[in-house]
Design a protein around this ligand. Structure first.
Ligand SMILES: Nc1nc2c(ncn2[C@@H]2O[C@H](COP(=O)(O)OP(=O)(O)O)[C@@H](O)[C@H]2O)c(=O)[nH]1
Ligand SMILES: [Mg+2]
Length: 422
């Protein structure tokens, strides 16, 4: 199979580089190429690493080009950068059966052509989309080969079992479970977690959001109901990419916009990975609406008592402690308690650097995409129904498939491609 990709950015430019990759890249390209000085010459061979010449479509000159030949299977064609010659060349290649792919997919083919195991190539292709240092570390780890080797070994065993016993082996189920566990850990690292601030109006959520995000973006005021839209911002804490969300406070809705704002808050709270419940340190005049938190009881929660610089804060803190809670005291004005809060949020989201905090007997994460995860669940289904051919099919698909670049590991929330959020 041959693929091509325009590797220079789109738009008008001096040159456009199209890269061709595939087992017959040179054979496909050569018939359209003629060296300079011999128009129409039959000598179409690309000579050496660099050749200057013309791309011809029959008698028509498509463009004058420089061809850089890395190997028979990997060729750059430097065209003039305008849209017309590039489109003509594309058309010429696609007529010859070359498939045009997007840059991330092209990178995947490139990694694979350079001998990377296919799962590692997939991780490498995701690298440029990684949000946070921990995600980069995980994707760049050579350990990603371990998964591929494990799957290949299993494929061999399944093939043997098909010839011999015709039965699935019970220990394969345990291994599938182990892979699922690694998947769960890797998703926590690769996907941006959503941290939602919620609580009564005027509790200091927006001020806290500003302090935590390092922004001065959200309007803060003593007037209740200042925040209506949920506002999001990406933060990097200890190498983990998180998405911080400020929401409208719980309070008596007095208008339709208030009601809409409340509904939005409820949605944000229910889709959070970690909830930060802010209790107003200025006093218990407006309390947290418990309905909000009850509806999201399964989501990890960190309690905060705000405004620790005020006298009244102590009373509120004691009150929460009496109820058996252990809130973090913070002051967004002085910065007190902010780093404790960050640590508590990371802990609640189970975000511990695999290097630093590796617990005994916890599984090492393997980078894995949603595509691979789907094949894994298919494999589990096949295992449960004792189907060897089903198992074989999903294991093979796991290794051979091309990732979908809408996959969240390629566009974690808030990373480069947030408009393609999944
Ligand atoms: N003293 C003190 N006041 C604060 C602190 N955080 C917020 N406030 C004040 O509390 C009021 C409400 O803050 P805001 O962030 O808008 O609350 P929200 O409605 O929960 O978003 C504003 O007047 C802030 O200046 C704090 O840490 N200390
Ligand atoms: Mg607010």
């Amino acid at each position: 199979m041959n693929v091509m990709c325009v590797v220079t950015p789109p738009g008008q430019g001096g040159i456009a580089v199209v890269r061709l990759l595939g087992t017959s890249a040179e054979e496909v390209f050569s018939p359209f190429f003629s060296r300079r000085g011999r128009p129409g010459s039959s000598s179409t061979r690309i000579q050496g690493r660099l050749s200057y010449g013309k791309i011809l479509d029959g008698d028509r000159v498509v463009d004058e080009v420089v061809v850089c030949r890395r190997s028979r299977e990997d060729i750059d064609i430097c065209l003039h950068g305008g849209v017309v010659p590039v489109d003509r060349f594309r058309e010429l290649m696609s007529r010859s059966g070359v498939e045009e792919v997007a840059l991330p997919v092209f990178r995947l083919h490139l990694w694979r052509s350079q001998g990377y195991h296919s799962l590692r190539a997939e991780a490498a292709a995701a690298l440029s989309f990684a949000g946070g240092v921990e995600a980069v570390r995980l994707l760049a780890r050579p350990r990603s080969d371990a998964f591929e080797l494990a799957v290949r070994k299993r494929i061999r065993q399944v093939v043997r079992a098909m010839r011999e016993t015709g039965d699935v082996r019970p220990e394969w189920g345990e291994e599938l479970q182990n892979w699922e566990d690694r998947l769960a850990r890797s998703r926590r690292i690769l996907l941006s977690r959503k941290v939602v601030l919620t609580g009564a109006t005027n509790g200091g959520k927006s001020t806290l959001f500003n302090a935590l995000s390092g922004l001065d973006r959200v309007v803060v005021s003593p007037e209740p109901g200042t925040t209506r839209d949920a506002i999001e911002w990406g933060v990097d804490w200890n190498g983990f990419h998180l998405h911080l969300v400020d929401t409208a406070g719980h309070g008596e809705p007095r208008s339709q916009p208030d009601q809409l704002a409340l509904r939005r808050t409820r949605e944000e709270v229910q889709s959070a990975d970690v909830i930060v419940a802010v209790f107003d340190g200025a006093g218990p005049s407006r309390s947290m609406d418990p309905g909000f938190l009850d509806s999201a009881a399964k989501i990890p929660l960190v309690e905060v008592v705000s405004k620790s610089d005020l006298e009244s804060h102590r009373g509120v803190l004691k009150e929460r402690q009496k109820r058996g809670r252990s809130p973090v005291s913070v002051s967004s004005h002085t910065g007190e308690g902010l780093s404790d809060l960050i640590a508590r949020v990371l802990e609640a989201g189970d975000l511990v650097s695999p290097q630093a905090g590796e617990k005994e007997n916890s599984v090492e994460p393997w980078p894995i995409s949603a595509r691979q995860s789907r094949e894994l669940s298919r494999a589990r289904g096949a295992f449960a129904s004792g189907s060897l051919s089903g198992l074989l099919g999903s294991f093979r698909a796991l290794l051979q498939g091309v990732p979908d670049f809408q996959d969240p590991i390629f566009c974690p929330r808030g990373a480069l491609f947030s408009e393609r959020e999944t």
